[in-house]
Design a protein around this ligand. Structure first.
Ligand SMILES: Cc1ncc(COP(=O)(O)O)c(C=O)c1O
Length: 439
């Protein structure tokens, strides 16, 4: 029997509130690869919470770091003050970032990280005396959180349409998903790198490259259903940005911290951006935290431009580098390194890929795409009812089979903790297969 919970007052994010509250799905404990539901079932976590609990739930090292820090010092301001853990956490994060990206601005989540990165990009161009560069380029189906900056460069109509014009000087690249040519690719799709050329041939030609401050992309588009960059695509984007002096921002909120079997997507793809936004796996999601990791020259330009004694960047959050978040981040990065979790993810990714592609040929499966420990399974929509087929699979997996998956539109998106083993991979895909066969 479910415990009676009054669900009335919590206005739930990105949720069909009325539908949910009619039949709530409640989690009340978590350990390792499993949640426990409020009715006492053990639920296999196929989504690392929300792409974030990369080291598995309740890691004792992270729990203890947070507990000790809460007892030692609950909060300290970082406006004109500091505390040692803030600097230690920044140093640790810089130490696993690509070389040259070594200055860290802390915030509380991915949305704040994106808005912070966009502001750094715009301000940087002005600091350099190039204030004409005021435009930002994002991508269709990009998800960059829910701040006004993020929804502006993001490419999801539903996240934008109710909120007015947002930022004015923004344009979008086409997304590279092409099921007709790339369905059931294993790893990076072969076709479509030429879409990157449109950045130069269409957008920059239209806007004048001298007016563009930055391009922002997710190395792999996760939230809108696992859209992978075609082979060579990100390299092209980088070289076009270089050619025209445009900053390249990678939104690594999902791809950071081992999801692709390396510290960041930038490492996996061998493409170095000028800034990276991260969050989620930074603290194993145990305390909210986001960060923007910046190329040193960008940071140094701010330091050089402001008069001595002046604040160089008019931006920050009360909770930038919150002590509990810093303690969690330091412990989390130690866990990733000591337990070699990124290497572990890389090692088990081929098994995950085989299991994912075993779903090919099942009813309604239109595409399976995968990279590292990420998989998207795109289903044929029911006639006239988008999202319902995948949502039905999600509910059945949770209610009847004790497996947590995630869906977006008619796409199932999987991103388990990096500690998943082969038997759990079998169970995850076996369950989805069973449910699909009954659709
Ligand atoms: C690529 C990307 N950017 C930004 C965000 C927003 O992060 P948050 O929900 O922590 O604000 C997300 C969240 O899923 C994301 O996937």
């Amino acid at each position: 029997m479910s415990s009676p919970v009054n669900t009335e007052h919590f206005w739930m994010p990105f949720t069909a509130n009325r539908q949910f509250k009619a039949k709530p799905r409640l989690l009340k404990a978590a350990q390792g690869m499993y949640y426990s539901s409020d009715d006492g079932r053990k639920i296999l976590d196929g989504t690392a919470g929300l792409w974030c609990v990369n080291a598995g739930h309740g890691h004792p090292r992270i729990v203890s770091a947070i507990q000790q820090q809460a007892a030692a010092m609950d909060f300290a301001p970082t406006f004109q003050m500091g505390h040692p853990l803030a600097f230690e956490a920044a140093g640790k994060l810089a130490s696993i970032a690509p070389e040259g990206l070594n200055r860290v601005f802390f915030c509380n989540d991915g949305s704040e990280g994106v808005d912070t990165a966009l502001k750094i990009a715009l301000a940087y161009q002005r600091m350099r005396g190039d204030g004409l560069r005021h435009k930002l380029i994002g991508r269709e189906r990009g998800y960059h959180g829910v701040g006004f900056g993020g929804i502006s460069v993001g490419g999801i109509a539903g996240n934008r349409k109710h909120f007015g014009p947002a930022l004015p000087a923004v344009d979008h690249l086409r997304h590279p998903l092409n099921i007709a040519k790339n369905a059931f690719s294993r790893g990076l799709p072969a076709h479509g790198a030429e879409i990157a050329d449109e950045l130069e041939q269409r957008l920059l030609a239209l806007h004048d490259p001298a007016t563009v401050a930055a391009v922002i992309v997710e190395p792999l588009q996760g939230s809108t259903g696992v859209i992978l960059p075609p082979q060579g695509y990100l390299q092209k984007i980088r070289s076009i940005c270089d050619k025209y002096g445009i900053l390249l921002i990678f939104d690594e909120v999902i791809t950071g911290f081992g999801r692709l079997g390396s510290a960041f997507g930038a490492d996996y793809f061998g493409v170095k951006p000028d800034m990276m936004v991260c969050a989620k796996g930074l603290t194993n999601a145990a305390v909210p935290m986001g960060a923007v990791i910046v190329r040193q020259e960008i940071h140094d330009a701010f330091m050089a431009a402001a008069p001595a004694g002046a604040i160089e960047f008019f931006h920050g959050y009360t909770y930038s580098a919150h002590p509990l978040a810093c303690a969690a981040a330091i412990a989390t990065i130690d866990v990733y390194q000591e337990e070699r979790l990124f290497e572990r993810a890389a090692g088990i990714a081929p098994y995950f890929e085989d299991a994912a592609h075993s779903l090919r040929g099942l009813p309604h499966v239109k595409d399976v795409r995968n990279l590292g420990l990420v998989c998207g399974i795109e289903l044929e929509a029911q006639t006239g009812k988008t999202t319902t087929r995948a949502f039905d699979v999600f509910v059945k997996c949770f209610e009847e089979k004790n497996v947590l998956i995630r869906t977006t539109g008619d796409i199932i998106a999987l991103s388990p903790p990096l500690i998943i083993d082969k038997a759990q991979i079998d169970s995850l895909f076996g369950t989805i297969g069973e449910v699909l066969r009954r659709q």
